[in-house]
Design a protein around this ligand. Structure first.
Ligand SMILES: [Ca+2]
Ligand SMILES: [Ca+2]
Length: 503
């Protein structure tokens, strides 16, 4: 009966519309718009609403006038708002100063009685323009020498600068790293995973629901594989082995149902893999690395590199100074790093690792906020070891396409040749890219999903690279507060603090 009554309602309102049509003589379309606006068309049939519609004669001339008055008031409001925005942004331009996050003293606005300090955002982050793929621009990084910077892609915004480092400089960086000692980039067993499961105290049903991305009540291979992406690199083949070993897939359809999943323990996969013995090649990241501090007192080569990075990125020295130290990475033959982002997406409840000091410490989520990655090739690799950007300049990038038909674009051991862009390591060359988009207002915006990249497997020889990450918090207030905090008198302690943040 409900559908019958609403159909009745529609008929009734169309009757009213045609009636008023005759009365006012305005075009029918406008009238039926009014009838729609009155809400009569969707109201179910009920005597009270019928009375309401008729008594106030919603579709009459006076109602039409009322609507027009509202419309004009609305228009005047919009125009006033536009004027306001225009003038207030003009004022900002006038007061553009250079004492924002770049330098030691930021302008501070204390807001009334509130003790919370607000930093005025009157600073724009410089961003190098790519123009088009293949575009070459001259850059001056060191006195008496000019470099050529070539645009490799626009999504992500990615550049290549040959001869950024001299042969000697490459040699010194590798020697310093060896002197300091390199450690495994990733351990075989991920303990924090188990801890997290325990802490959250999830039921098998809850875990199943988390994993079942398309919510069809079955776990497909891709759903299980992507859940492990932090530690051990599963492929469809290893997954089949695990299912067989655990006798997990009872009906043999290649999927895990909730009933099949319930029979497994929380850490069944991890325990099975540990019993089998995880090989280095099965890790997400198979390399060794160390960190080299670049501040006052550091080796001249390291300080020079930092100065050149400041020139290259045109960022305020203070931001580069407070970023992570130089990371030096060594990949042996067979080494690789599967596809990943250097930065995480930043939500309001996420804290950046580098500004944690200045953030609300109660937040449980933390991520690296690396606005820019500068990657230096310290040697030319005999075979393999390219840096792959699987989706660079893709027109129709969609995350679900990364694993399809058993082809996993993030798998740099298998599918580097299917990446859109690959950079061959050449001694002394630097590449750099932005991991975040601009917010359109001169600050850091959303994470650039196209900045996905990985290190292809080294087939011959050793590969040496260095990474310089430039940390900027997408939350301007937190970045400004952090810089204010660490630039206070006890300068010596800042160096220590800065190093701790990165380890
Ligand atoms: Ca599913
Ligand atoms: Ca099954």
């Amino acid at each position: 009966t409900a559908s019958a009554s609403s159909a009745d309602g529609i008929r009734r309102s169309s009757h009213i519309a045609s009636g008023s049509n005759k009365m006012t003589g305005t075009p029918g379309s406008q009238d039926s718009e009014e009838a729609k606006a009155s809400g009569c068309a969707t109201l179910p049939h009920n005597p009270q609403t019928e009375r309401l519609c008729n008594k106030t004669s919603i579709c009459s001339r006076s109602y039409f006038l009322l609507v027009m008055v509202f419309f004009h008031v609305y228009l005047i409001n919009v125009i006033a708002l536009l004027f306001y925005v225009h003038y207030s942004s003009g004022q900002d331009d006038d007061s553009l100063s250079h004492d924002a996050p770049g330098t030691d003293h930021s302008r501070i606005n204390s807001r009334g009685a509130s003790s919370k300090v607000e930093y005025q955002r009157d600073f724009s982050l410089p961003r190098v323009e790519g123009i088009r793929v293949g575009h070459v621009q001259k850059v001056s990084l060191t006195p008496g020498k000019s470099h050529h910077m070539r645009t490799l892609s626009l999504k992500p915004l990615l550049f290549e600068i040959p001869e950024f480092l001299s042969e000697d400089e490459c040699h010194v960086v590798m020697q310093l790293a060896q002197l300091k000692g390199l450690m495994e980039s990733q351990l075989m067993i991920q303990e924090d995973h188990e801890e997290l499961v325990k802490e959250l105290n999830l039921s098998p049903e809850e875990i199943f629901n988390l994993l079942d991305i398309n919510q069809d009540g079955q776990l497909q291979h891709t759903e299980v594989i992507s859940a492990f992406r932090d530690g051990i690199w599963l492929t469809p083949d290893t997954l089949r082995e695990i299912y067989a070993g655990l006798k997990a897939d009872k009906n043999g359809d290649g999927l895990l149902s909730l009933e099949e999943f319930r029979l497994l323990s929380n850490d069944a996969f991890q325990r099975f893999l540990q019993q089998q013995g995880v090989k280095r090649s099965q890790l997400v990241r198979n390399s060794r690395h160390t960190w080299l501090y670049q501040g006052e007192g550091a080796h001249k080569v390291l300080q020079d590199i930092k100065e050149r990075v400041i020139q290259l990125t045109r960022l305020p020295p203070a931001i580069v100074d407070l970023s992570e130290p130089l990371q030096v990475v060594r990949y042996e033959e067979g080494g690789h790093y599967h596809g990943h982002h250097d930065s995480g997406p930043v939500y309001p409840e996420t804290a950046c690792t580098h500004t944690r000091l200045a953030a609300n410490t109660s937040t449980p989520f933390e991520t690296s906020c690396r606005y820019i990655t500068v990657l230096f090739y310290l040697n030319s690799v005999e075979g393999g070891g390219e840096t792959a950007f699987p989706v660079a300049d893709n027109r129709t990038y969609d995350e679900v396409c990364l694993i399809q038909n058993d082809v996993d674009l993030l798998d740099t051991r298998k599918n580097c040749d299917k990446s859109n862009l690959r950079v061959t390591p050449t001694k002394g060359t630097a590449v750099f890219w932005y991991n975040y988009l601009s917010d359109g207002k001169g600050w850091v915006g959303e994470q650039d999903e196209y900045a996905l990249h990985g290190g292809c497997v080294v087939t011959h020889g050793t590969k040496w690279v260095a990474n310089k990450w430039i940390n900027i918090d997408p939350d301007y207030q937190r970045q400004a507060r952090y810089q204010q905090l660490v630039s206070q008198p006890q300068d010596k302690n800042n160096e220590i603090k800065n190093q701790n943040v990165c380890n």
